[in-house]
Ligand binder design. Structure first.
Ligand SMILES: [Zn+2]
Length: 291
């Protein structure tokens, strides 16, 4: 397959005024972190029944300095886009603006970032392992995205040349587990280490053969984050209907031990799916084979 050459997505800032740069940075931030919009939802923002108002009425004094009137309902454990953490009243504390802007925000920017945890398939994974700092690939990189059993691995198998690098979390877990049969136990046990290894391999795309990176990335902002962060040449979205994914999951003996989990994950992928505005994204029909 010949991949089209398309110019970079984001203007590099040259020739932009400061205001325009800031506005475009705000836009990027919202595109990358769509949960920022949650702070405008009534469940958070309503002056009487919103979570923020309830928290501040319940604990009106700053829980840090115990003196000033609190004006910020702060997430003790950063929600990082996890809805359940965002709306959990037990995850909130009242702080005054001074304490929030000082201690709390400093903590979020520095040390706490590494200590933040997200739950993936029931496994606690540090946020910086899940969303690592990305370095641009020095070799031509294609990112292949899609639901479980959409046909990502098969696509890469058909398109990659001999010697190309393939980075696929499922392969890494299988290597660590010593078996290609996918079990819930192997995933739980090896997920964190496999993610670290995946990140290491992504960071090592500094020279050599072209590379392929296989990742679910249902949300448009996820695909965009990977594509921009890694400087991918193109993003391929394998477009396979949910019912076909499920039929494949049910048929595949290597997937049989976790068929239920994968089926749920497939439903989740489609629920989370959103379009992206990535110019380099191509859609590939996942049903008829990739010719
Ligand atoms: Zn305070």
């Amino acid at each position: 397959m010949k991949l089209p050459t398309i110019p970079p997505l984001i203007p590099d800032g040259r020739g932009y005024g400061r205001q325009q740069r800031e506005r475009s940075r705000d836009r990027d931030r919202l595109a990358e972190q769509p949960w920022r919009a949650w702070y405008h939802l009534p469940i958070w923002d309503h002056p009487v029944t919103g979570l923020r108002a309830i928290q501040l009425a319940r604990r009106p004094i700053c829980e840090k300095c115990k003196r000033a009137r609190a004006t910020v309902a702060h997430h003790k454990r950063p929600h990082g886009g996890v809805w359940e953490l965002f709306i959990d009243p037990n995850n909130l504390e009242s702080v005054c603006k001074r304490c929030h802007d000082g201690e709390v925000q400093r903590g979020e920017r520095a040390g706490n970032y590494a200590a933040r945890i997200e739950l993936v398939a029931g496994v606690a994974i540090p946020t910086n392992v899940l969303h690592p700092q990305l370095a641009r690939s020095a070799v031509p990189l294609t990112i292949v995205c899609g639901a479980p059993a959409a046909g990502k691995t098969e696509y890469v198998r058909q398109k990659a040349q001999r010697g190309d690098k393939v980075i696929d979390l499922d392969d890494i877990i299988a290597d660590l587990a010593g078996s290609a049969t996918r079990t819930a136990e192997a995933k739980r046990r090896h997920l964190c280490q496999a993610l670290i290894e995946r990140n290491r391999r992504l960071a090592l795309l500094t020279s050599g053969a072209p590379a392929w990176f296989v990742v679910g990335a249902a949300a448009g902002w996820e695909r965009r984050r990977w594509a921009d962060g890694l400087g991918a040449q193109s993003v391929v979205l394998i477009d396979t209907p949910l019912r076909t994914c499920i039929a494949r999951i049910r048929r595949d003996p290597l997937r049989a031990p976790i068929a239920d989990e994968l089926e749920e994950a497939a439903h989740g992928w489609f629920a989370r799916y959103s379009a992206s505005n990535i110019a380099r994204e191509i859609r590939v029909d996942g049903i008829g084979g990739f010719v």
